[in-house]
Design a protein around this ligand. Structure first.
Ligand code: ATP
Ligand code: MG
Length: 418
């Protein structure tokens, strides 16, 4: 016997029993977003590597170590998408969406790929639901995006939710702050973790995320970006907060909040859930005013978020899963005439909108009746070679003999559908 081939590490199969819960998450998100004017978009699962190098940022963890990149037969470097925002901005430009009334509000759902250490709540292929609002720098856009994600999580009954909120200011403020922070880190280099020290030049902000005690002590006294915001950015941030206050959405200001994208500016936010373990981030996002210009488009402000399907499922309450309902089970008690009549009855039943199954495994009559009761079929039609069918009403425990051509009409009447 040959050795069985395993699924790649960090991936999982979505089994039939899993779909009810996933479908619920998707429907809740779709409903919340579409009612707020967001429209669904789908982009390819792979893109030119350059899109993510520029659109996520060359210094980010994602681009540095987490991308599945390969050359195609034509020698082009392609990458399985690690996130959705860059692709959507590309599509916005490709389809001239800047000519539409702004902001353009889009949402998406699909698989994403990151080469990460696989663990609970962290996969190498995972699913995200995300939303992007492109073409306005109004603080209301940020607040609306945050409120919509909060609504989705609330309707899913995600427990122990916290919203952390911060502002990164403008790229200029960040650049000046970055130098100030680098100077602070260099002055205390001997206390920092190896990793943080080696990344002072590349990504000093990440030091705030470190769980290394020495690094954490150094960060206690580090300068805070929130204290360095320009008057305009501080005002923008104040307006976002005022709007969240207006809808009584609680949040915590987190001056150390860092997001994985290089082109975030101004608002950043993250929802975490106590119901999750170490991987507590359920969803997050922020404003990325510099990104579309970075991709070669006109300067276009935008804001968006993404939430992880697996983590929403882990943190959401168990929803009741409805039993699939079988209206009619067609059992076969004969040879080829019974088989073709049974096949025809099932097809007719489905055309009429009934959930119908026909025996496909060559079971004995006893086995067929057992299968019908396993499926909790409401009616069973036993078809033989004579053109007659015995129709059993499983609830009432009654049986009648009718022509096989009357079976569907009889079931429809019994189901109150005709
Ligand atoms: P984390 O801090 O957990 O690494 P992140 O900051 O990398 O998250 P984002 O890029 O903002 O996450 O993606 C948004 C959401 O997607 C996260 O909040 C999380 O719910 C989910 N997510 C990200 N990476 C993974 C993964 N490898 N497996 C499962 N879900 C993920
Ligand atoms: Mg990550």
């Amino acid at each position: 016997m040959s050795e069985r081939i395993q699924a790649p590490r960090g991936t999982y199969d979505v089994l039939p029993d899993d779909h009810a819960a996933r479908g619920r998450v998707l429907r809740v998100a779709e409903n919340v977003l579409e009612r707020a004017g967001y429209r669904r978009i789908e982009t390819p699962v792979f893109e030119h590597t350059e899109l993510f190098a520029r659109g996520v940022g060359a210094s980010t963890d994602i681009v540095q170590k987490e991308m599945y990149t390969f050359d195609d037969a034509g020698g082009r470097s392609l990458t399985l998408r690690p996130e959705g925002t860059a692709s959507i901005c590309r599509a916005y430009l490709d389809h001239g969406m800047q000519k539409l009334p702004q902001p353009v509000k889009l949402w998406y759902h699909g698989p994403f790929f990151r080469h990460e250490r696989a663990q609970a709540g962290r996969y190498r292929q995972f699913w995200q639901i995300g939303a992007e609002a492109i073409g306005s720098d109004a603080p209301a856009l940020d607040a609306e995006a945050i409120v919509l994600l909060a609504t989705v999580l609330d309707e899913l009954e995600v427990g122990g939710l916290r919203l952390r909120l911060g502002s990164l200011g403008s790229p200029e403020t960040r650049a000046a702050y970055r130098e100030e922070l680098q100077a602070h880190l260099r002055a205390h280099a001997d206390q920092l973790s190896e990793e943080v020290r080696s990344r002072i030049d590349l990504n000093p902000l990440r030091a705030f995320d470190s769980d290394h005690p020495g690094t954490q002590a150094v960060m206690q006294t580090a300068p805070r970006l929130l204290d360095r915001l320009s008057a305009e950015d501080a005002e923008h941030f104040a307006e976002v907060r005022a709007l969240l206050d207006a809808v009584e959405l609680p949040y915590e200001i987190d001056p150390t909040l860092v997001r994985g994208l290089d082109y975030y500016a101004r608002t950043v936010f993250e929802f975490t859930s106590d119901a999750l373990g170490a991987q507590s981030g359920v969803g997050g996002g922020g404003r990325y005013d510099g990104l579309i210009a970075q991709l070669g488009g006109p300067a276009t402000p935008a804001v968006g978020w993404a939430a992880g399907m697996e983590r929403m499922l882990l943190a959401a309450g168990d929803a009741p899963i409805p039993e699939p309902m079988v209206d009619l089970y067609v059992a076969l008690d004969g040879e080829s005439t019974a088989r073709s009549q049974g096949f025809r009855i099932a097809a007719e039943a489905r055309r009429a909108g009934l959930n119908a199954q026909v025996e496909l495994a060559g079971r004995s009559m006893k086995g067929q009746l057992k299968q019908a009761s396993r499926l909790q079929a409401r009616y069973v039609a036993i078809v033989d070679d004579t053109g007659q069918a015995r129709l059993k009403d499983m609830d009432a425990g009654e049986q009648q003999e009718i022509p096989h051509t009357d079976v569907v009409a009889q079931v429809l009447r019994g189901r109150g559908l005709r």
